[in-house]
Design a protein around this ligand. Structure first.
Ligand SMILES: Cc1cc2nc3c(=O)[nH]c(=O)nc-3n(C[C@H](O)[C@H](O)[C@H](O)COP(=O)(O)OP(=O)(O)OC[C@H]3O[C@@H](n4cnc5c(N)ncnc54)[C@H](O)[C@@H]3O)c2cc1C
Length: 355
């Protein structure tokens, strides 16, 4: 009997599998290989909220765990996944320089915001009133990480398919799925959780993000630019540009409106020529109260959810995966802010959710 079946192979599924691997647990991952927010994300690790100049919820604790964790994965898989890159917060007006200076003195933010405002004009950017530098940050090459880990596992460790919920048999002491038998099952389905018959009571909202990949040979690739959108360097003059945020449309189909919005922001920012190489979209697994979803099903003690990574999966997934692993394997409590028990009333009375 395996220890776990993991459903979904985005950041949540990967991180849970990594925890298991470290502790010599046996698992199989069943995942639809086609859709995943993780495979569309820029991968930026950022514990700050630059719009409001605050720290993200629990930002310091997540950050302090995540960075060394990614470094240890790199050394174990002998591959570099994390690019340490500064984020340059672009200023449109000189008054923004003052806001930056004030923010850089605040507790938490002071670890990341370099107080020295850079007044140098960047010729590739329009309306340039200098920029502030966020240090110690960077971006994770999520696709490389997911692909590398998958390649290094035994073939029978991955099943590339959409799970057939009807074929899942739940017993008190085991879970059976076709010819697989395991002690428990961890659902890491991102926005796909909406289709899950056991966890669809959870208030997953979903927020669609559209982005572009552009080719801009004259744009510098030594930093991530943060203006009205992020511009994050990929390879060979390619840049990730995004993302939009919509809770009206929950499909992963890119739209003309989304593209027009992105181009409007880009035109307001860039002076250098560029060509659009790709336009795509995915749905982020965001939650009504903006906190992750971790825990066990109210009735079935061997069904677990790992979801709600929202807009910050790269930052939060490492520590969350450890919390969930310790809960399942060592009976340690999950922090109240993220445990799904907070929505138990939605389970017993699903109508509450609609009020
Ligand atoms: C455009 C965009 C940009 C983003 N940029 C960033 C960023 O820069 N930094 C950051 O930290 N976060 C970013 N995010 C958010 C980040 O992508 C998410 O927080 C994170 O990827 C969610 O991971 P997940 O594993 O929960 O879900 P997903 O990555 O969506 O993975 C879920 C997996 O489960 C599979 N699945 C679902 N249902 C089933 C089923 N029934 N059977 C089998 N498989 C199933 C899916 O196909 C998928 O493979 C961005 C998101 C978007 C959309």
């Amino acid at each position: 009997m395996l220890d776990s079946i993991i459903v979904g192979y985005g950041l949540a599924g990967f991180h849970y599998a990594w925890q298991m691997k470290q502790k010599q647990k046996e698992f199989v991952i069943i995942s639809n290989p086609i859709q995943a927010a993780s495979r569309n994300a820029a991968g930026i690790l950022n514990p700050t909220v630059l719009k409001r100049y605050t720290m993200a919820w629990n930002g310091i604790q997540f950050f302090d765990y995540a960075l060394p964790y990614y470094k240890s994965i790199e050394s174990e898989l002998n591959t570099i996944f994390f690019d340490e890159l500064p984020i340059h917060r672009h200023f449109y007006k000189s008054v923004e320089q003052n806001d930056w200076l004030v923010a850089s003195q605040q507790e938490g933010l002071s670890s990341f915001l370099n107080p020295k405002v850079q007044r140098v004009t960047d010729l590739s950017l329009k309306k340039n009133e200098g920029f502030g530098i966020l240090k110690h940050l960077g971006k994770l090459n999520i696709n490389l990480l997911l692909n590398t880990f998958k390649e290094r596992q035994e073939d029978d460790c991955f099943k590339d398919e959409i799970i057939d919920y009807k074929a899942l048999k739940i017993y008190k002491d085991k879970i059976c799925y076709k010819d697989i038998v395991a002690k428990n099952i961890i659902f890491c389905e991102g926005y796909g959780l909406k289709q899950n018959p056991w966890f669809d009571y959870l208030p997953l909202i979903g927020s669609k993000g559209e982005y572009l990949i552009i080719k801009a040979p004259k744009l510098s690739s030594i930093q991530i630019i943060k203006g009205p959108v992020f511009i994050s360097p990929l390879k060979e003059d390619l840049f990730w540009v995004g993302a939009s945020f919509s809770q009206d449309d929950k499909t992963d189909t890119p739209t003309e409106n989304g593209k027009a919005w992105l181009l409007d922001k880009l035109e307001a920012l860039l002076t250098t020529p560029y060509e659009i190489v790709k336009h795509a979209a995915a749905v982020r697994p965001t939650v009504a109260d903006r906190r992750p979803l971790l825990g066990v099903h109210p009735v079935h003690s061997n069904l677990y959810a790992f979801n709600g990574l929202g807009t910050r999966g790269v930052l939060m997934a490492p520590l969350l995966s450890q919390w969930l692993f310790d809960f399942i394997e060592k009976d340690k409590q999950i922090p109240n802010e993220v445990v799904i028990d907070r929505f138990e009333s939605y389970f017993s009375n699903p109508k509450i959710k609609d009020v």
